[in-house]
Write a protein that binds this ligand. Structure first.
Ligand code: KIV
Ligand code: ZN
Length: 517
C-alpha cells in the first residue's frame, strides 16, 4: 500500500475563508482534533503574519505529538525565521516556503525575473534547512506555470534541501486531465528526489477531482481542508478525497491514507461550530443531507438493502455516534466529560467545570440536548475566552410603531454599569447601548443567527463580525442562548472581549509579495 500523505491546511488556507478567523484556543482544539483524525501534516498557520498567528502556531507545536506541524513562510528570511521559531517545540516539524513561478505572477506581482525567483527560492530553502530537515517548497500558481521553468526551480530547491515539491493550482484553473499530466511529468522528473504534492483550489469546482487525478499520476501528498474551506471558492475537501480513495479501491488499488475516517464527521462539526460556516446541506460526505433519502423509492430501496442507494456507510465517517445526548439534568460530571472527549474536546479542569455548569443550566430549560448543543456550549465559551466585559442583565422594549430601546447592565472590573439607549431596531439599540457603556464604537460588518439543533426551544447561536478599529481586521464574536436577543448581546460583547485580549497581537504585518530579504 502506498500511503498518500494528507496535509491539512484548514488552519492556514481554511482560515483565509471570509469570516473563518479563529482565536488561539479554537485553533488548538482544531489541531488536537486533526491529530485524532490522523492527518499527517497540520499547516498550523502563517507564523509571520501577526503575533497572534505566531502564538497559535507555537502553542500547537507544543501540544501535538503525532502529526507534523508546519508553518507557511514566504521566501523571505524574516518569515522563515518566524516559522522556524514558532514550530521549534514540535516533535515533527516542517517549514513550507513558497514563491510564484507563473509568468503572470512573476511579471506583475513579484516584478522579478525567473532567475531572481530561483535565487530567492534557493536562499529560502537553504535558510529553512537551518531550522528543520523537512522543507516543502511551493511553486505558487503552478497551474499556470511553464513546466520547463518548474523543473529548473525544482532542481535548484531540491539541491538546496527541499524534500517536498508542492504544485498548487492557486486559482483553481486546471481540469483533471491537465493536473494529471503535470503531476505525471513532474513526479517522473523528480522520482526518488522529492515527494510531489498538490494543492488544488476549487474555483471551477474541480479541487477534489484534480487531487484524485494527481494521486493516480504520482502525487505522494495532497493538501486539503475540512469542509473545503479556503481562499475564495475554497480548497479540495479532505473528507471527499479520503472517502473517494476508500470507497473506490477498485480505482485507487494500492493507495491508502492514515486518516481514521470515523473522525471525519466530528471534525467537520467542530469546525462548522467554531467558524459558524456550515457546509451546504447537499455537500458530499458531511452535508446535513448527505445521507438523507427523501424520495419514497429510495427509502424503500434503502430499507430493503442499504447499498441500493448508499455507497458509504454513515458509521464509516462517525455519523452513527451523533445522537441525542442520553445525559439529562441529573447526569454526572464523569458522563459529561466522557461525552466531551467523544466530541473531540480536551478541556482543563476549570474549563470542564464551567462547561458542566452551563450544561446543567441548559438541561434545566431544554428537554432534548443534541451533540451540536454541547459543541456550541463549549465552542462559544472558547471564542470569548477573556472577559473584560460581561453581560449581567438586559431589558428590551419594542412595539409596532414604537421606539426600540434597551437597558443593559455590564460588569467591568467588578463594577456593574447600567445604561439605556434607543436604536433603529432592537439589535441596534442593544449594540449602541453596549458601545455607550464600554466606550468602544464597534462597526457591525456581519450578523448571523442560527438554531443549533431542533425544536422551538433550540439554542440560538449568533455570530457577529465587528471592527473596533478600521486599521485592524474584523473580529468574530459568538453568543449562545435560548433567547436570540441575549445571544446577540453576548456575541457583540464576546467580539469586544476577543479584541481586547488580542490587542497588540492583531496588527497584521504588511504582507505583500515584493518584500525583500
Ligand atoms: O494556493 C496557494 O498557492 C497557496 C500556497 C501558499 C501554497 O495557498
Ligand atoms: Zn491555497
Amino acid at each position: 500500500m502506498e500511503i498518500i500523505k494528507i496535509f491539512d491546511t484548514t488552519l492556514r488556507d481554511g482560515e483565509q475563508s471570509p469570516g473563518a478567523s479563529m482565536n488561539t484556543e479554537e485553533k488548538i482544539q482544531i489541531a488536537a482534533q486533526l491529530e485524532r483524525l490522523g492527518v499527517d501534516i497540520i499547516e498550523a498557520g502563517f507564523a509571520a503574519a501577526s503575533p497572534g498567528d505566531f502564538d497559535a502556531v507555537s502553542k500547537i507545536a507544543q501540544r501535538v505529538q503525532n502529526s507534523t506541524i508546519c508553518s507557511l513562510a514566504r521566501a523571505i528570511d524574516a518569515d522563515i525565521k518566524a516559522a522556524g521559531e514558532a514550530i521549534a517545540a514540535a516533535k515533527m516539524k516542517r517549514i513550507h516556503t513558497f514563491i510564484a513561478t507563473s509568468p503572470i505572477h512573476m511579471q506583475y506581482k513579484l516584478k522579478m525575473t525567473p532567475d531572481e525567483v530561483i535565487r530567492r527560492a534557493v536562499r529560502a530553502v537553504e535558510y529553512a534547512r537551518e531550522f528543520v530537515d523537512d522543507v516543502e517548497f511551493s511553486c505558487e500558481d503552478a497551474g499556470r506555470s511553464e513546466i520547463g521553468f518548474m523543473k529548473e526551480i525544482t532542481d535548484a530547491v531540491i539541491e538546496a534541501g527541499a524534500t517536498t515539491i508542492n504544485l498548487p493550482d492557486t486559482v483553481g484553473f486546471r481540469l483533471p486531465s491537465e493536473i494529471g499530466a503535470m503531476v505525471k511529468e513532474m513526479s517522473e522528473y523528480t522520482k526518488g528526489r522529492a515527494i510531489i504534492s498538490v494543492h488544488n483550489h476549487n474555483d471551477l469546482g474541480l479541487g477534489v477531482a484534480n487531487s484524485l487525478e494527481a494521486i493516480t499520476n504520482g502525487a505522494g501528498q495532497v493538501e486539503c481542508t475540512i469542509n473545503g474551506l479556503g481562499e475564495r471558492a475554497g480548497n479540495a475537501a479532505l473528507e471527499e478525497i479520503v472517502m473517494a480513495i476508500k470507497t473506490r479501491q477498485d480505482i485507487f488499488k494500492g493507495f491508502d491514507t492514515n486518516i481514521n475516517t470515523k473522525e471525519i464527521y466530528p471534525t467537520s462539526r467542530l469546525i462548522a461550530n467554531i467558524t459558524s460556516i456550515e457546509p451546504q446541506p447537499n455537500k458530499a460526505i458531511v452535508g446535513k443531507n448527505a445521507f438523507a433519502h427523501e424520495s419514497g423509492i429510495h427509502q424503500d430501496g434503502v430499507l430493503k438493502h442499504k447499498e441500493t442507494y448508499e455507497i458509504i456507510r454513515p458509521e464509516d465517517i462517525g455519523l452513527d455516534m451523533e445522537d441525542t445526548l442520553v445525559l439529562g439534568k441529573h447526569s454526572g460530571r464523569a458522563a459529561f466529560k466522557d461525552k466531551l472527549a467523544k466530541l473531540g474536546f480536551t478541556l482543563s479542569d476549570d474549563e470542564l467545570n464551567s462547561a458542566f455548569e452551563r450544561f446543567k443550566e441548559l438541561a434545566d430549560k431544554k428537554k432534548d440536548i443534541y451533540d451540536d448543543d454541547i459543541r456550541a456550549l463549549v465552542t462559544s465559551e472558547m471564542a470569548n475566552i477573556e472577559k473584560a466585559y460581561e453581560l449581567v442583565a438586559m431589558q428590551l422594549m419594542d412595539s409596532t410603531g414604537g421606539v426600540p430601546s434597551a437597558a443593559v447592565t455590564i460588569r467591568h472590573n467588578d463594577e456593574d454599569i447600567t445604561d439605556a439607549g434607543i436604536g433603529d431596531g432592537t439589535i441596534d439599540a442593544v449594540f449602541k447601548t453596549i458601545d455607550r457603556i464600554t466606550g468602544y464604537q464597534g462597526q457591525l460588518i456581519d450578523y448571523k443567527v442560527k438554531s443549533v439543533s431542533q425544536g422551538k426551544d433550540a439554542l440560538a447561536n449568533v455570530t457577529v463580525k465587528v471592527t473596533f478599529n478600521e486599521n485592524e481586521p474584523a473580529i468574530i464574536g459568538h453568543g449562545l442562548s435560548l433567547d436570540t436577543m441575549l445571544a446577540s448581546a453576548k456575541a457583540y460583547i464576546g467580539a469586544l472581549n476577543s479584541y481586547l485580549s488580542m490587542e497588540g497581537k492583531l496588527k497584521l504585518r504588511q504582507m505583500d509579495s515584493t518584500e525583500t530579504i
